[in-house]
Design a protein around this ligand. Structure first.
Ligand SMILES: [Zn+2]
Length: 395
């Protein structure tokens, strides 16, 4: 079954909302009124965000979230996602305006189509047929959407979960619609995530004339040694749940401002994605002791972690039935994986089992982000069969 016209027009409406994080209030209200027509009870929940940009002192904005609910039963099957999107990048490089929803040769183009407005619409479209048939005394369908996932992710799902718990909402199982598929839609069920930590290193030296190097101390030389050790460091070989930990340099800055001056400061930043052998603190200590070491002086090391690695659900018979439900639709038996970026699943796993199933991640965050209509339909049918299996197996 393909996605109907009514859903394509919902998709168009939210795709045309420029919801660069933490915007997206308009998309939430559009989805809210759509869901209300289907019989959902909706709440728009704003959280106050102070200093969102954390470099300007007095910014004060509201970040919006939606919780929509259908039914009163104790088994609450939740879908979680976000309507905020990442910035467009160089808009001149886009084939079509990223906020004009464009269909060209059966391909849908626009910022956020795979990450993850397309999945949201596929899910709502998949759930509609269950609404008249479920026992509303036993079962609840809920949808939890935020506008703060791509940014600092402080005022979205992270705050929404305890807020809802206080209202007596207990989630039983959650599906997140991130674009986790690799080669074809439904080939990955994400059941956890690697940890992610960013390390910032500043090396200080002494500025001076390049011709009189004996009076200067060039920090560039030392930061190169540190980065060289960092990229060569062998963290681990991975295991059945996690691929080998990986370090990527993301920033290198060192500019004296002129060709005849030795710089005073060098700065570098790298990110490590890691499995369950490490925590961010353990990595900090490895970097401090083994990568920077005692021989490289005048350095400052800082880090922040967006979360250590985790497994969000066990691979049990129920989960294998969910995988089988995907196979029945796509003909590909999905792989259980923890690969890829971090998502709001890291917060949800504290409340209930979570899996992630979504569109192809290959164009997420890229210029010309796109998805085929066939993929959108396939995802809808996958969600449909997964919902039906979860109802049968878990309820
Ligand atoms: Zn996303």
């Amino acid at each position: 079954m393909s996605i109907s016209l009514k859903y394509m027009s919902l998709l168009k409406d939210i795709m045309e909302d420029n919801s660069i994080t933490p915007n997206g209030k308009k998309s939430l209200y559009i989805i809210c009124s759509f869901l209300e027509k289907l019989g959902f009870i909706c709440q728009i929940i704003p959280f106050n965000d102070i200093n969102h940009n954390n470099n300007s002192s007095n910014t004060h904005t509201e970040v919006y979230n939606l919780y929509a609910k259908y039914g009163k039963g104790s088994f609450n099957l939740c879908f979680a996602g976000h309507v905020d999107v990442v910035p467009t990048g160089d808009i001149q490089k886009w084939k079509f305006n990223p906020f004009n929803f464009t269909i060209d040769k059966n391909i849908l183009y626009g910022r956020g189509i795979v990450d993850m407005k397309g999945a949201i619409v596929s899910y709502i479209s998949a759930i509609e047929e269950f609404l008249p048939v479920i026992d509303q005394q036993k079962m609840t369908f809920s949808i939890m959407l935020t506008t703060d996932e791509e940014g600092i992710a402080e005022n979205g799902i992270k705050k929404l979960l305890p807020y809802l718990k206080n209202q007596g909402e207990n989630l039983s199982f959650c599906l997140v619609g991130e674009p986790v598929s690799k080669n074809s839609v439904g080939d990955i069920i994400k059941i956890g995530s690697r940890g992610s930590a960013t390390f910032k290193i500043t090396v200080r030296g002494t500025q001076g004339h390049v011709a009189y190097h004996e009076y200067n101390d060039n920090p560039a030389k030392r930061i190169i040694r540190i980065l060289n050790r960092a990229v060569l460091y062998k963290f681990d070989n991975g295991d059945q749940y996690f691929s080998p930990s990986n370090l990527e340099i993301t920033t290198m800055k060192c500019d004296s401002g002129a060709e005849n001056i030795v710089p005073e400061v060098a700065f570098a930043q790298f990110n490590i994605r890691y499995g369950n052998k490490y925590t961010a603190e353990i990595l900090f200590s490895i970097i401090e002791k083994e990568i920077i070491g005692e021989d490289i002086k005048f350095t400052n090391l800082e880090y922040h972690s967006s979360g250590d690695s985790f497994i969000s659900t066990q691979i049990d018979d129920n989960l294998k039935s969910v995988a089988n439900a995907i196979f029945q639709v796509s003909n590909i038996f999905p792989e259980f994986s923890t690969y890829g970026g971090t998502s709001d699943a890291r917060f949800i796993k504290e409340y209930c089992p979570v899996i992630e199933i979504g569109l192809l991640g290959s164009t997420a965050h890229q210029i010309n982000e796109n998805c085929s209509i066939d993929d959108l339909n396939l995802l809808k049918n996958i969600y449909n069969n997964v919902i039906s299996t979860i109802i049968k197996k878990y309820l």
